[in-house]
Design a protein around this ligand. Structure first.
Ligand SMILES: [Zn+2]
Length: 449
């Protein structure tokens, strides 16, 4: 049967490529997923799947998943609504930003292939949204052209993650075209707003879509990514006074305090946080990366050489491995370390730093001994003649929700190239796309049969 599956995929090669080209030519930057989702819906229906199309309910997501639900995001308006503790529905409504941060015309699309019963079920989860194409001028290929050159297709989403959505779709399509009957259900998910949110997948879980296992068909070069880092985008606002340089002192009294001079204490605490968090054994699946990386991305404060800075702002991010704990714990640690500056500085005691967050996501991890991992490894063996490589994952993806909220064993496997995700001239090797369909088809067949 495996040979039949492999030849079926080869037979349908041109249609698979055409499917990806159609989706790449249909822009679906985060916030504008509607048109591309209509195409996916149509394809699922043509295949004879039971199709479910709905717009995620933001209020419900905050109610059901208060620690992990995020504000809806939009490629033109990313990370614009800070929060001190956790994001919540009330503040979204009060912000007047809900006119752009919502899921109107941004539905999830789920296609269900019902099994005959008594078998294991499987979710294949991919995201239809992509990041921006800016800076557009830097592209040497049309970002929505799906041009093929030297065996690669170019375009935004070609790898991340339209290749995953297409590979999952065709894996199922090939099995169905062979007349194969499975015992377990196969659930295809094409979700919105994976980038900077993850709410599309959360909405699938809220709607009751769970299975005995789930594969996030994200760009991993057809390798098996067992863990993913969590992330936090943070901001710190420092207060000073606006004064002229000549008015800084009055006798022995310090009258003018520039917010900028409070930077060293804050930066010292941020680096102390990073170094303390890294005092744990390094998980072998981190591929030599530290468990905790903190980046001070931007600092700005003040307006003029002879004026005190009334405010100084730092913005940055943290990536952390699964052993560090929950993202809420990381956020609490950031606040705790920053507040230490108030212990020794009377000005900061009176004017404490304001810590805020813009986005946060949990880390995730799956035991390599899980049956679904072995199933995909074995399927890879049949396609490549050797087992797929196991790799670490730096950077978040929807796998965290499949595992943490959906309670499903889950990991990342997909044909796109991780290095190409979000890059200028994003591309995918056509051969990788076809190989990804083959591995997924064989894995689905073995898991659900
Ligand atoms: Zn992705």
């Amino acid at each position: 049967m495996e040979d039949k599956i492999l030849s079926k995929v080869e037979e349908q090669r041109e249609q698979i490529i055409e499917s990806l080209a159609t989706l790449v030519k249909t822009p679906s930057r985060t916030g504008e997923e509607g048109a591309a989702q209509q195409i996916v819906e149509k394809r699922y229906r043509e295949m004879g799947l039971d199709v479910d199309v709905w717009e995620p309910d933001v209020e419900e997501l905050f109610e059901k998943f208060p620690e992990v639900a995020q504000y809806p995001s939009h490629w033109q308006h990313d990370l614009i609504l800070p929060y001190q503790d956790l994001p919540n529905y009330r503040e979204l409504v009060e912000s007047n930003l809900s006119e752009v941060l919502n899921y109107r015309d941004r539905p999830n699309v789920v296609g269900i292939w019902k099994g005959t019963g008594g078998g294991r079920s499987l979710i294949l989860n991919g995201h239809i949204d992509t990041v921006t194409i800016e800076p557009r001028d830097a592209w040497t290929h049309d970002p929505f052209g799906a041009e093929i050159e030297d065996g690669k297709m170019y375009g935004r989403g070609a790898s991340d993650d339209k290749s995953g959505v297409v590979a999952a779709l065709w894996a199922v399509r090939c099995l169905r075209d062979l007349g194969i009957v499975l015992k377990g259900d196969v659930i295809l998910e094409s979700v919105v707003n994976e980038e900077h949110a993850g709410n599309g997948t959360l909405a699938c879980i809220a709607r009751g879509y769970t299975a005995d296992a789930a594969i996030a068909v994200e760009s991993s070069d057809n390798r098996v990514r067992l863990c993913g880092y969590g992330g936090v985008y943070w901001g710190i606002n420092l207060k000073g006074t606006s004064f002229h340089t000549k008015c800084r002192w009055e006798g022995d009294a310090l009258i003018g305090v520039s917010a900028n001079e409070k930077l060293p204490g804050v930066i010292t605490q941020l680096l102390a946080l990073e170094s303390d968090k890294n005092r744990i054994p390094v998980n072998p699946f981190y591929a030599g990366k530290k468990p905790f990386s903190l980046n001070i991305g931007r600092v700005w404060g003040g307006t003029y050489d002879t004026a005190g800075a009334a405010t100084c702002t730092l913005r940055g991010s943290i990536y952390f491995g699964p052993d560090i704990g929950s993202v809420k714990g990381v956020m609490d640690s950031v606040k705790e370390y920053i507040m230490r500056v108030t212990e020794t500085d009377p000005w900061l005691r009176e004017n404490p730093p304001q810590v805020e967050f813009f986005h946060h996501d949990d880390a995730h991890w799956i035991d390599p001994e899980e049956e679904i991992v072995k199933t995909v490894m074995a399927a890879g063996q049949q396609v490549f003649g050797q087992e797929p490589e196991i790799i670490a994952g730096i950077g978040a993806n929807d796998c965290r929700h499949l595992i943490n909220q959906g309670k499903m064993p889950s990991f990342v496997f997909g044909p796109g190239t991780g290095d190409q995700a979000h890059s200028i001239d994003e591309s995918i090797k056509i051969e990788d796309l076809i190989a990804g369909v083959k591995v997924l088809a064989i894995a689905v067949y073995h898991w659900c049969r």
